[in-house]
Design a protein around this ligand. Sequence first.
Ligand code: KIV
Ligand code: ZN
Length: 523
Amino acid sequence: MAESDVTTNDKVIIFDTTLRDGEQSAGAGLTPDEKFRIARQLQKLGVDVIEAGFAASSPGDFEAVQRIAREIDGPVICSLARAVPGDIDAAWEAIKDAKRPRIHVFLSSSEIHMAHQMRKGAEDILGMAVDAVTRAASHCKDVEFSPMDATRTDPEYLYQILEAAIDAGATTVNIPDTVGYSNPVEFGALIKGVFDKVPNIHKATVSVHCHNDLGLAAANSLAAVENGARQVEGCINGLGERAGNASLEEVIMALETREDHYGAKSNVNTEEIGPSSRMVADLFGFAIQPNKAIVGQNAFRHGSGIHQDAYLKERTTFEIMEPESVGWRGEAIVMGKLSGRAGLRSRLGDLGYELSNEELADLFPRYKDLADTKREVTDFDLQALMSEQHRFSETDQQYRFAGVKVEAGDMVTPAATVTVGLPNGESKTVTAQGTGPVDAVCKAIDQIVEQKCNLREFAVASVTDGIDAIGEVTIRVEDTEGHIYAGRGGDTDIIVASAKAYINAINRMGVLGPDQTNITFTE
Ligand code: KIV
Ligand code: ZN
């Protein structure tokens, strides 16, 4: 039996790496506080393992991993580490206060990586793997080992390195399809090969970690489960390096919906999938495509008359899952202008937000403003309002949006007058011209704040249908060293939303700025 702290058999262990591989998505970057909020939601979702980060990669990540390890109870808390002593010791230092800590050591094993990334031979790599796992096991009884680029590794060498890692103390061996190169038939056969050819494999849990470069990550992960793998790694909304990792919600719901086929499933509380997905989209600033399986806006909408007709007669004609089972709450109209504090608190409670009296007092005037602007306030509007509230309170000590007026159109030079609350409690108003109203708003804000940055991306999406919908603006700015920071803002007026998003990006730049580190394998 594996010494690992999680049980195997017919249960598939769900290993969430949204806070590590997901955070490696280009243009992502979370503050320690944002990471903690996501970890708390992952705990509610009931994932088995949270890879909280890569402790050695930066002081900010160390701090985030440590806080998650100390305060999140239930899941195993894991930190990634390169196969070098400093990383392994830093990982342990960050997670040692967790009730169930895990160190995850990785090392490249394919010829192409060994030659060009590591610049080392197979014998050296094998030795490094054994030394690293031995060191990790001297700290922690739960150790995961990943031979990076496993699917392009010579299978005989892969079996050899896995056997050596298990002998050295690895309790989980993870088979990464690092570059998303494999396909379900090939990957399933590789996993079968691992069970057939690694003599001590019964002492470890076999895990998989699939990237989505060819859109096959979830399918490859499921093929691995068919062949005996009992841990699947992935990210909420399929975030991760390049095209991302396996979408955890897709893997979880495939196991749930087709238990008849897979004969194994997860212990996840599937009703928390929707709230988790929306929180991750919001804090990462990556919108979910409408047709995304399980969590897209259209995932449970029926467009054609033929489908609608049959669906209304019998839901299962065109639906294989119940929307409620993944926390889909639709667009039910819940609140209006006359709703009071108790009604707001109760509805937010249903949506998973527990508010203190102070928080409710702070939120209520904003809710009233929204209800005055919109005839009907939906659950999606309330979620947008809560996101705005979090952004507002998290950046308390920073710049605050205080007001904006614009002149725009093709008969004038666009201009914006923006008022911003300063960190010292005062406020400043500046007027600037631009190529359009948003450009003018950003130029005015640039003259107020100290940080220097360039706008790189601007996107607006509506939270609900209708002309009075809340517009959610996502902005990405680049600092003078090329680091990218996302900012979000929501309002029924998209110019206001744009100003809020730009200020949010600048505030996040202030929090994250010096902490962005780019480490390589060869130190
Ligand atoms: O994709 C990969 O190989 C990884 C490893 C660190 C597991 O992310
Ligand atoms: Zn990865």
